[in-house]
Design a protein around this ligand. Structure first.
Ligand SMILES: Nc1ncnc2c1ncn2[C@@H]1O[C@H](COP(=O)(O)OP(=O)(O)OP(=O)(O)O)[C@@H](O)[C@H]1O
Length: 274
């Protein structure tokens, strides 16, 4: 009989063989516009968005409230349509949501009637992954998010940070090409937020997936990203990009480095003046 770890390996290998071997998780956005129309008025939420995000890149969109960050993410997620423009992932047009894009939002979106393990296994079950393989994958994720002891707990028994760890595991258990995160740590206290940021980077290092992360927290954006895309409002547009040249291993002391502090000042100025 196949062991759980053999089953996981087999599932992962079969998924890798299923891919084309080409790029995995490259997002291309060209000349994208979003106009919300009501009977009386028009509102341009996104204007002339051009953005390319490379395979396995960690990009954060930073900007003030109302600049269109969530709108952009929802369009990439396939939850909303752009008014015009082009959007592809690995060359494929986006039409509606898809399993190759995992999502984590600020509000806790776990299924309350499912246990932690069942939440993590949810997408795999939908895809018809056999029980034993599912079990192997959820065990792997329970270890990574350090919630083995809570496998049978229900979401209401978890803290906010624990719920978001499960939400991340649930999204990544499907091995998406792209992970879309909309202020996932926005509701957490400062200490838990820092712990979650460190855990996310650890997971991203190991699992390698493209991450498009949204925040209005400058510190969070610098700590997490390889690149920060700054948006301005009225209309929502990209105003600047910053490549983050910090050590790839980001421990707490990175936040004290002169380059970190300088960037923080620069970004604060930029957001203040937009
Ligand atoms: N369905 C909608 N109909 C009309 N206007 C909308 C709709 N959704 C968003 N907007 C408007 O588009 C703009 C951008 O909204 P969005 O939620 O994308 O901003 P955001 O940068 O994510 O803000 P926040 O940081 O506060 O979440 C806002 O002015 C908002 O009022």
């Amino acid at each position: 009989m196949q062991s759980a770890s053999e089953a996981v390996t087999a599932v992962n290998e079969s998924r890798e063989q299923g891919s084309t071997g080409a790029e995995r998780g490259r997002i291309d956005i060209q000349n994208l516009q979003k106009v919300y129309e009501s009977r009386k008025s028009q509102f341009q939420a996104l204007k002339d968005i051009d953005l390319t995000i490379g395979e396995n890149e960690f990009v954060t969109i930073l900007g003030p409230s109302g600049c269109g960050k969530s709108t952009l993410l929802r369009i990439v997620a396939g939850l909303e349509d752009a008014t015009s423009g082009e959007l592809t992932i690995d060359g494929e047009d986006i039409i509606g949501p898809g399993a190759e894009r995992g999502m984590v939002f600020q509000g806790y979106t776990l299924f309350p009637w499912l246990t932690v393990r069942e939440n993590i296994e949810y997408g795999l079950k939908l895809k018809g992954v056999p029980t034993l393989a599912r079990r192997g994958i959820s065990n792997h994720w329970l270890r990574i998010i350090r919630l083995e002891k809570f496998a049978s707990a229900y979401p209401k028994q978890l803290s906010g940070g624990m719920k978001q760890r499960v939400a991340i595991a649930r999204a990544l258990a499907n091995r998406p090409k792209v992970l879309l995160m909309d202020e996932p740590f926005g509701a957490l206290d400062a200490q838990t937020k820092v712990e979650m940021q460190e855990m996310l980077l650890e997971v991203w290092e190991k699992e390698k997936t493209t991450v498009l992360f949204i925040t209005h927290d400058i510190d969070e954006a610098i700590f997490l990203s390889q690149r920060i895309v700054v948006m301005g409002a009225h209309p929502g547009r990209i105003i600047r990009e910053f490549r983050i040249d910090l050590p790839s291993e980001r421990t707490a002391d990175v936040r004290e480095l002169p380059v970190f502090l300088q960037l923080k000042r620069e970004l604060a100025q930029l957001l203040k003046h937009d």
